[in-house]
Design a protein around this ligand. Structure first.
Ligand code: GTP
Ligand code: MG
Length: 184
């Protein structure tokens, strides 16, 4: 290994990314985080406050703030905004009747917040293990159409939408790779 490579690797090792995991209650935030940590995803209860989990991933340290999504807890989300690099917004792909509520909260509490300007946004459509394979493409298109992120966040490299399953781990690697490949 050349000196330059060693220095470069060292720099990457130091790289810490702060990611807030947000979204409505029951969308699967904690399940996704536990899956990322290779922990048991079968015994999970609603998050009443928040939990910080650290994941070493491909030379980065991803500090994930898993925050409770129940209505009464949403007023406290802004307490965690400082120094955020990425927001992962989790949507329950099974309960599309709550997509309007999810979109409203995403817009009001995240996208329109001055303190989050410039932060990367990853939309994770979760619970895809319970959705027929043939419906996934149109589900992603429907969510994309509803959120219209290209209008509110013109920088195309600043947001992304992925289909995931916190239960099976499908799509989780793609999410992590996208997160670490942004410019910080
Ligand atoms: N089948 C399936 N169930 C899931 C998946 N992700 C989460 N669940 C279930 O959905 C429920 C809620 O999951 P949580 O991870 O607690 O959701 P949360 O977003 O952290 O909820 P709060 O902490 O209340 O905000 C649990 O019963 C999970 O087992 C998934 O990918 N597939
Ligand atoms: Mg939770």
């Amino acid at each position: 290994m050349g000196l330059l490579t060693i220095i470069r690797n060292q720099k990457r090792k130091d790289k810490e990314i702060r990611m807030l995991v947000l979204g409505l209650d029951n969308s699967g935030k904690t399940t996704i985080v536990k899956n990322m940590l290779h922990e048991d995803v079968d015994i999970i209860s609603p998050t009443m406050g928040f939990q910080i989990q650290s994941l070493p991933y491909k030379g980065y340290t991803l500090n994930m703030w898993d925050i409770g999504g129940q209505t009464s807890l949403r007023a406290f989300w802004s307490n965690y905004f400082d120094k955020t690099d990425v927001v992962m917004w989790v949507i329950d792909g099974l309960s599309l009747e709550r997509i309007e509520e999810s979109y409203r909260e995403l817009r009001d509490k995240i996208i329109e917040q001055d303190r989050l300007v410039g932060v990367y946004l990853l939309i994770a459509i979760n619970k895809t293990d319970l959705i027929p394979e043939g419906d996934l493409k149109s589900l992603k298109e429907t969510v994309s159409r509803l959120l219209q992120l290209e209008e509110v966040i013109p920088e195309r490299d600043h947001w992304n939408i992925e289909l995931v399953s916190g239960k099976t781990g499908a799509g989780i690697g793609k999410v992590l790779d996208w997160v670490i490949s942004r410019e910080y």
